[in-house]
Design a protein around this ligand. Structure first.
Ligand SMILES: [Fe+2]
Ligand SMILES: [Fe+2]
Length: 168
């Protein structure tokens, strides 16, 4: 189902659809993060991916909680956007031979995923509030904070050492 099909009539429909979309994305990320951790050379980057993997499992559980709070079926719908981001990360990783350059590429790929999540959670939180579901918004906000923190950690890893090593 495309985003703007006639199956989505109300803001509530849109809210539930985007919950299903990000639920799929989080599930795909729980599969992608261990692979990224495997490929990473810098120990802090490797550990960062593993830490975020644990958080991502929590994100999946929180979404299940929100579905239930909202009285909606726990369901995932295909999200071609995250599939594309993960696919591109795989392809790029396959093409980068130098390990230090690969770390820089992995950070870039991971940040693309984080930014995607930040956008989706930002709207979900705003819509939840609009729909009178501050309870759902509060649960989603915990996840959004972790996505933002992860994004910041990735930036500081890149700027403090990974980019410099990749360029040398
Ligand atoms: Fe997440
Ligand atoms: Fe994330």
């Amino acid at each position: 189902m495309g985003l703007f099909t006639k199956d989505i009539k109300t803001m509530n429909d849109l809210f539930v659809h985007q919950l299903q979309d990000i639920y799929y994305a989080e599930q795909q990320l729980t599969k992608a993060l261990p692979k990224m951790a495997d490929k990473a050379t810098d120990p802090q980057l490797k550990q960062g991916f593993l830490t975020h993997l644990e958080e991502t499992r929590q994100h999946v559980a929180r979404l299940e909680e929100v579905f239930k709070m909202h009285g909606a079926t726990v369901k995932a719908v295909d999200c071609p956007a995250i599939d594309g981001i993960i696919e591109e990360a795989d392809e790029t990783a396959g093409e980068v031979a130098d390990k230090a350059v690969l770390d820089a590429a992995l950070i870039n790929a991971a940040q693309a995923a984080e930014h995607y999540e930040i956008v989706r959670y930002g709207s979900l939180i705003a819509w939840a509030k609009q729909l009178g579901r501050s309870d759902c918004a509060a649960v989603l906000a915990k996840t959004l904070e972790e996505e933002k923190a992860t994004d910041k950690k990735l930036t500081s890893l890149a700027e403090s050492k990974v980019n410099m090593r990749a360029a040398s």
